[in-house]
Write a protein of this length. Structure first.
Length: 468
């Protein structure tokens, strides 16, 4: 029996069955990964009776709901009889009835293990996606419950996460990652006493290019990447990359000389920070540490000493040249408890709740979407985990980035926000015990001193709360 016939048969009772299979946590995870905004258009592929569509509509998103089963679509229409934000279309995942580059996000929940050719289905999702848009797939990890093939007409017994990641990359997506959802799909056999219990993953990737709403963000990322790539490519680079007029301090004043005495000169000379987040973090042996915007690796190498051989340090940076410099230094130092990953801090290539301590040194101010950075930091921290940041903030506001040269953003000035706004974004992300300590006053280097507030290098700490 084809899966279409199966879903036609169970369409009228799918809502009840779905509730026994998996929870709303899967939907919450998918929506969080897509960053959909009110007024955008999303495609829900394999929409069923509207599980994901319901969450999207609640957020003010217009939805093109596609399913191969007319019975499923009719059941959805009955659920949302007065909802004009849903466009119902019958079709299959490998031949989507949607125009090229016409949607801001594509979702596929528990669809992939039913399609004949998963890579082809993913390619179709990418085809209809606008530049800058995101694909989010939630599905089953690989398992051996073969009865699901016969009883629920599963074409595939789940997937290896690495395999799904490869398909997304091959389809042309960037910033690809596959993470857990903290949920399971549970289903009892109707013909035996077997019961399936399978973990559920969430996979996400972004289509290259910039949508209208993301054009400014993309321009900022490019300016920052080019600025720091040039620094990393200069063998003699030895000054702070955050502006020549004093946004950041010389590394000899940032760190205790005893801490950096044994580090290679090409590491200490590539220090581009504005503080010392390691000393205020209170690192312990055995902890796992994440450095946001790790640059040449100085804070990662200092952290690696403190967490010891039983600990581990991950540095994330979006500039390939910086990753290469850091890896070269790591090899020369013979370190085995440090790893560098290329990625953006707004979409971290790090698993959920896997980090004890997050560090960052004069990097978050460079991000055009600080809310996303703090949301990602909260996601990857373990409950009770700590955040220790040195960053540029202001007292007062600076000119909007669209009115100033983007080189000012790359120089740690234009992206700086008022310290109270910074702390509030952390609280909104879920952090508690949020504090900022004034460390040093920096020179005003934006060229807009009549409008600029006081620029500060501050140390900021916060904590992810334990479950109630």
């Amino acid at each position: 029996m084809a899966s279409k016939v199966y879903f036609d048969q169970i369409g009228s009772r799918w809502d009840e069955l779905r509730r026994s299979f998996f929870s709303e946590a899967v939907r919450d995870k998918a929506l969080a990964l897509a960053y959909v905004q009110p007024g955008q258009v999303a495609a829900d592929i394999g929409a069923g009776t509207g599980f994901l569509t319901e969450g999207l509509v609640r957020r003010g998103v217009r939805v093109i709901a596609v399913d191969q089963s007319a019975v499923m679509l009719d059941a959805m229409r009955q659920r949302f009889p007065a909802e004009d934000a849903i466009d119902y279309r019958q079709g299959d995942a490998e031949h989507l009835p949607i125009d090229d580059q016409s949607v801001d996000a594509v979702f596929a929940n528990m669809l992939l293990h039913h399609v004949e050719n998963p890579p082809n289905a993913i390619a179709e999702m990418v085809r209809i996606l606008k530049p800058g848009g995101r694909v989010v797939i939630t599905d089953l990890d690989e398992h051996n419950y073969t009865f699901l093939r016969d009883e629920q007409h599963d074409r595939w017994l789940g997937f290896k996460r690495a395999e799904v990641e490869r398909w997304l990359v091959e389809a042309g997506l960037e910033q690809v990652r596959v993470v857990g959802t903290d949920d399971h799909c549970c289903s009892a056999s109707t013909q035996s006493d077997r019961r399936a219990d399978v973990t559920i993953f969430a996979a996400m990737g972004r289509k290259a290019g910039s949508s209208t709403t993301e054009h400014g963000d993309a321009a900022i990322h490019d300016a920052v990447r080019q600025h720091y790539a040039a620094i990393a490519s200069t063998p003699s680079a030895s000054s702070c990359g955050c502006g020549s007029d004093g946004c950041c301090s010389d590394q000899s004043r940032l760190y205790d000389p005893a801490l950096i005495a044994e580090l290679p000169v090409d590491v200490t000379g590539l220090s581009l920070g504005c503080g010392d987040p390691v000393s205020i973090a209170g690192l312990n042996p055995g902890e796992t540490v994440l450095d946001l915007g790790s640059g040449g690796g100085i804070d990662c190498f200092l952290a690696a000493r403190q967490v010891g051989e039983t600990g581990y340090v991950i540095g994330v940076d979006m500039t390939p040249e910086m990753i290469a410099r850091a890896n070269a230094s790591k090899a020369r130092m013979g370190l085995t408890n440090v790893e560098f990953r290329q990625g953006q801090i707004e979409a971290l290539p790090v698993d959920d709740e896997s980090i004890d301590v997050i560090l960052s040194n004069c990097v978050i101010n460079l991000s055009p979407d600080k809310r996303a950075v703090f949301r990602e930091a909260f996601r990857v921290l373990k409950p009770g985990g700590r955040l220790s940041v040195s960053d540029i903030v202001t007292e007062g506001t600076l000119p909007a980035y669209r009115d100033i040269d983007l080189t000012d953003w790359a120089a740690c000035v234009a992206g700086a926000i008022d310290v109270e706004d910074y702390l509030q974004l952390l609280r909104e992300a879920g952090f508690v015990d949020v504090h900022a300590v004034d460390k040093a006053t920096a020179a005003e280097i934006s060229g807009e001193s009549a409008h600029a507030g006081r620029i500060l290098s501050a140390r900021i700490t916060a904590r992810k709360p334990l479950p109630a």
